[in-house]
Structure formats: structure tokens, C-alpha cells
Design a protein around this ligand. Sequence first.
Ligand code: PMP
Length: 420
Amino acid sequence: MIAAEKDLNAVSELGHWDVERIRRDFPVLHQTVNGKPLAYLDNAASSQVPQLVIERGTRYLREEHSNIHRGVHYLSQRATSAYEGAREKVRRFINAREARECIFVRGATEGINLVMHGYGRKFVGPGDEIVISEMEHHANIVPWQMLCEEKGARLRVIPMNDAGELLLDEYEALLNERTKIVAVTHVSNALGTVNPIKEIVRIAHARGIPVLVDGAQAAPHLPIDVQDLDCDFYAISGHKMFGPTGSGVLYGKAELLERMNPFMGGGDMIRSVTFERTIYAGLPNKFEAGTPAIASQIGLGAAIDYLNSIDRAAAYAYEQELLRYATERLSSIEGVRVIGTAREKASVISFTVENVHPHDIGTILDQEGIAIRAGHHCAQPVMQHFKIPATARASFAFYNTKEEVDRLAAAIEKVIEVFN
Ligand code: PMP
């Protein structure tokens, strides 16, 4: 038995992580695809939803559905209290000081765009600089590029090494009196790298520069404490953390959010409107124009209830063992190259297979009932760094198993056989 396999068994033997019991919470996992049991290894794109979240969504639609905030009637008050209750769950989950610092958005993309419009368009001018990193998702590149184009500002990029780790000395050297914001990912979706966010924030704050953290890939795995990180903004997507699509949060420090412009104008974000002048509402409503995704955000609250009900430290340890095991299995296959070998990684493994396009890998794996993702993962600069067009990517959640990793490795061996 190889070492990683032994460790993995130890986790379950000790009773810390009963993966079979956890799998029963996720109905979607129990189906066959192309005649094979589904092995869902595409969690970095969207994770699956537990029964608790499904039931909470159903209860909302059956018993509580109504528009929020403006209604005086019973159903509206119930929907409002469920929606605001979800906000309080988010606050505790990320340890924000106040619930009004948690803005409901459709996902990380919308959260980052909110900061670009609300903060960037107000405070960034010609000649100013915005610092991002080489491993960002397009969601944390394109909005800043749009801003630079509009304002005549300049995008600066923190480079990474070939393991997929950011070069912090170079980062520090990039910062200067023109830097208006630093925007970096907590965990890379293409490489799995976990970045030293606390250190990144400390370095920026020493120069008075605010930091936005793209937490889309961190929230499903790591404990998030925005006060401890001391970041100024933190964006998350509900559908990557066992909640519904259309849910997400942009955390921002109240004093910054208060100084920012609203992102969108419309109902619910105002205190008063005349044709001469509109006075905006306070936080968080100032940033939540129109009818929000009420059912989705209530579902996100339920996903947080679910995460609070499990032993997250044990879940993380288990995921780390899965990652270690998968890395060992895949690296030992001739022709497989693992892309992203940082010392600190979350459970994402990107790889290429010699002479086979990642899309072909994905298609053949699908025939085996194995769901992975193939492509540039909305991180084309990462592909450019490694001089490859795309990777295949398996990403694990705490409901995946060692057997699924074995099936993945066997299917890759089959791919190599077919193409050679
Ligand atoms: N950032 C990262 C690191 C991501 O992985 C993703 C989703 N792949 C996003 C941002 C965008 O998230 P969403 O599509 O939920 O807005």
C-alpha cells in the first residue's frame, strides 16, 4: 500500500471522515452516467447541492415565496426574514464585523465588478495602477482591464514561478504611490495554489493600498475570517460551496463601501427619489438594486448551515489526502504532467497527457462516467505561462472517494492506450 493510501484509510479508520455517510446527503451523486456510476470531479466549476439545501429551497417556494423588504404582509415578512437571516449566516461564516458588510450578489464575478464600478470608477484616475496576479481567473482580470481602458490606468501583474506560486518580492516591488488596489485570488481555480493572503494584505496595507480577494475557490475548502485576513473586499460564489447558482457575497469593509458609488441604480437601493436628486439607501441595500435572487441566497444560507453541521477540519484533511493520493497516482503515469505543484494547494489537480488534447481526455472520461473539466479554465494567462493551450482538471470535494481517483487514473491509462 502506498503511503498516501495508508493516510487516507487512516482518516476514515479513525472515524474522522465517514465519506459514505456524507455522500448520502448529496442525491445527485447516486446515478449512473453512460452505464457507469457517476464520479463527479468537477467541483471547482460547481459543487453539488446537499438535500438540506434542496429542501430549504423547496420550502421557500412552497410556503414563503414573496418579494422582500417592501411588503407589509405575512409572506413578504417571512421571505424578508429568511433572506436577512441568510445574510447573518454569511456574516458568521466569514466572520465579518457586521451583516451590512455582506452584499448579496450573483457570484464572485458580480462581486468583483461591483468593486470595479463602485470603487474603481470613483477612485482610479489616469496614470494610476491596479495590481493583479498572473494566476487570476478572467473574472478578476477583465473588469480591471475595462477600468484601465476607461481611465487611462495601468494593469500590473504579479508573476508566478513554474510551481504556480506568486513571487512576493516582485509583488512588493510593483507597489507604489500610484497603486490604487490589489486584486488577487485566494485559491487558483486552474492550479489549486493557496496564496498567502494575510501576507499579501499586510504588504499592501503597509502602503495604504486596499486589497480585494477573489475567494470563489477558497470558501468551499478553507475557513474564511475576513477580520483576521484584514482584506478590504472578499468575493464568493454560492454554487461552488454547495449552494445554488445565482447566490454569492461581496464582503467589504463598511467604511469603504460607504464611500463607494452604487453599482446599479433602481428600486430598493434608495432612501428617496425626486427628478432632481436621489438619496441612496444605507448598507447593504445601496448595492442591492432590484429584486435579488431571494431563493438562491436563502439556499446559500442553508449551504452554510450544512457546512456548519460537518467537521470542516476533518473534511479539509480528507480532501488533502485525496489530492495527495491523486497527485501520486497521476504523476506515476508516463506521459502525464501535473500543472501546478505549489506547496500549498487546495484539491485541484490540473494535468496534461502527452499527445492528447484535454478535450479528448474529457470526452473519453465522460464515457467512463467521470466528470472532469478540460480547457483554459477562464485563466488563459496561466496557460500562456506554461505554454499549453489547455489542461484537464479534476477537482475534489469532501464527498469524493479514493475509488474515484483510482477510476480516474485507470481511465487516463485507457486514454493513453487509445492515442498511442
Ligand atoms: N474566480 C475564480 C477563482 C473562479 O474559479 C471562478 C469560477 N470559475 C470565478 C472567479 C467566477 O465565479 P462565478 O462564475 O461564480 O461568478
